[in-house]
Each structure stands twice: as structure tokens, then as C-alpha cells.
Design a binder for this molecule. Sequence first.
Ligand SMILES: [Zn+2]
Length: 411
Amino acid sequence: MVSGDGLSGVAENVSVVGKTRSAEEAGLGRSERVVAVRDNGPLKDTLLKNGFDETTYDMVAGTLRNVLNSTTVPVGARLRILMGPSRTSETLIPHRLSIYFPDPRTGQIKHAATAALTDRGNYVLGLAPAEIEFPEEDTEQINVNNLPSVYRSIWETARKHDIDDATTSRIVAMFAYDIDLTKKISAGDSIEILETQKDADGHQELLYVGLKLGTTTRELFRFRTNDGTVDFYDPGGETGKRFLTRRPVQGGGRLASRFGYRVHPIFKSRRLHTGVDLAAKSGTPIYASGDGVVEKAQWVSGYGKFVMLKHVNGFETGYGHMSRIADGMKPGAKVRQGQIIGYVGSTGNSTGPHLHFEIKVNGRFVDPLSVKLPRDKSLSAQYDAAFKQTIVQVRDLMQREPAPVTVAALN
Ligand SMILES: [Zn+2]
């Protein structure tokens, strides 16, 4: 008999979580640019390229004159430009400008001055904004107005709805393969979670998760195969799992630099950046991207404390700049996907704490964020009918009972 039923005898009570909030309320439309000054020269040139017009420049320069000796800025200075809606036109205007200068001796980047737009439409000297870690490359972060990341949103929503942390971890892990969880949520994004009613021990079983981000919805349904293995599959019968994780650091890190040719921040020459830089606080756990065997766990010139893993099918993954390599990482040791192999640091040629993560296929570097990765597992054809039945049951449960349905925003 083919049983393989994820639902029988469970789903008595249902709780669904999901909903939206308006763009207005969420304060969309603000964005922050972080720009590095590349040539010695007037501040004006850089600002005119980054959202200022002559009039706003003159106003801001007039304000800054009180604290800066000159409006010429050195190479390596950083600008943070917060753009937001104008009250009088449809355009975005600078709401805040902060200038940071590198310390000539230590190279450390220090806040020098901030000018901020007031309600009356003029600029005054402002406080330094909340600290950030400066990216190696210029960035623009859209919708900075305190909108949380997808990762944070899932956690906060789950906590609000008394979903236990183990289940939330599982949900986050399932989506982490395919979705950039560090992205900010947008208006209309939502999550739906279906669980069984608590049993005598207070245990609940997760049956379904649907995550809607923008126009795409990812759905995962619980299903048990004949060997007793319980897993989550999309409607096509595939697990969300991948053979390798693309951002193998707790929380996913902040993408500070992509794969490809760039001007190296230290050597100033154009060279291939062989991986991605995922910025995270020093000490953040780094995970094995996939099941494999330790090939190297040692200091490597440039990479600092470095771990390299060998996987099947000619794949290798490398992890650089660690503050510490985890215990037990010796060549030949087996690791499982998700196992902690080290901690984020800034050893070797590095300008700040981040994980340099690279993937090689048959000895050649590939872009970790876009390389095609084999799916880990899909449901075999013998389960087609039973799995379809499960999907129908879940959808029915979600629509049938209005009473136990809870609705909440993903934020
Ligand atoms: Zn790197």
C-alpha cells in the first residue's frame, strides 16, 4: 500500500498567518546611497552625480561650511546620501548627507559631518546616523525606512503567533536555499503557515508554509514517504533544498561585493574577485555549504584563516578571512550541510569582517549566487497521487475554517 500521507489524523485545527500593509504606511520611497570618493576633488562633482542639483548643493554646502574647512574631499572619503520624497514635487531629494573621512594614520573611516533636511525645507547640521559597516563597493539600499529583512520578518511574525523557534528555524532554513533572506520586505509580502493543533505535549506539526514576496509565492507542503522520512516539497514535488547553500553564513550576511572583475580595494588593480563577500559581525557562524570533506583548514596567504571543502560532482567551496576555524576541521574530516565550520573575521587581505565565499566547479571559479546547482531531492513518481491529495487537503483546510484563522502582516 502506498500511504505516504502527510496529513492523516492530524490537521484538526488550523492557524494561518499572512497579510499586507500599505506602501505609505511602510514609508517606501526612501533609499540610501553609500558612495566612496575615488578622486581628490570637489565634493560638488560627486554630489551632482548622486541626486543633488545646484540649488540643493549650495544649501548643503552652506550648512557644512560651519564644520568643514573645505568642500574638497580626499580619496577614500565616504558619503551616505539618504534620498526621500519631496513635499513639493514628484521627485526624490536629498534628506540627509553624511560625510566620513579616512583617518590618515589608521585608515579607519570616521564621521565628519552630517547635513539634514528640516520640515521647513532647509538643511541644518545633524547628528551622525546609526553606524554601518561600509561596503567595499558603492551600494544603494532601497526602502531603508526601517523595513526589516525577510529573515527578521519571518522571525518576528512567527514569534507574534506563538510558533515555536524550532519550527521557525526550519521554515527559514527551507527558504534560505532559494531566497535572499537579507532583502527588505515590501508592502504586500506575506507568509502563511499551517500547523496542527497542539497535542498533549504541546507539540505542533508544521503542515504548510507559503511565502509571498512581490509577485512570487513559494509553497512547501509536508509529506511523509514510505520509509518514514518527513520532508517539505513544492507543488512540483521538489524539496526547496539545494546541494549547496549560496550564502553559508548565519543570517545570510550583507552582500558587500559580488563575483567578477573589480578594482581590488587594497591592491587597486583590476582582478577577478573569485567569490562573494558576505559582510557580518565578527564571530558570526559560518556553515558548510553542502555535505563534503575538508580539503584544507589552515592559513592561506590573502585568504587568512581559510577552509576548503570538497563535494561530489567536482564542486569545491572555499571560506576565507575567518576569525577562527571550528574545532575538528582537519583535512579528511566529513562535514554535513549546515554544520558550523568557522566564524566570520577579517584575517588575511580584508578591510572588515566578512566571509569571502567561493565555489569552484572542476577547478574553475563560478559565481556562487548564480551558478546552477543540482536540486537535492524530488519526490519519486510513485507518490504523485498521494502528494496531489495532500495539496488538495491543505488548500481545503486553509479555506474551510474561517474561525481559527489568524491574519497578520509580515513585518
Ligand atoms: Zn572576497
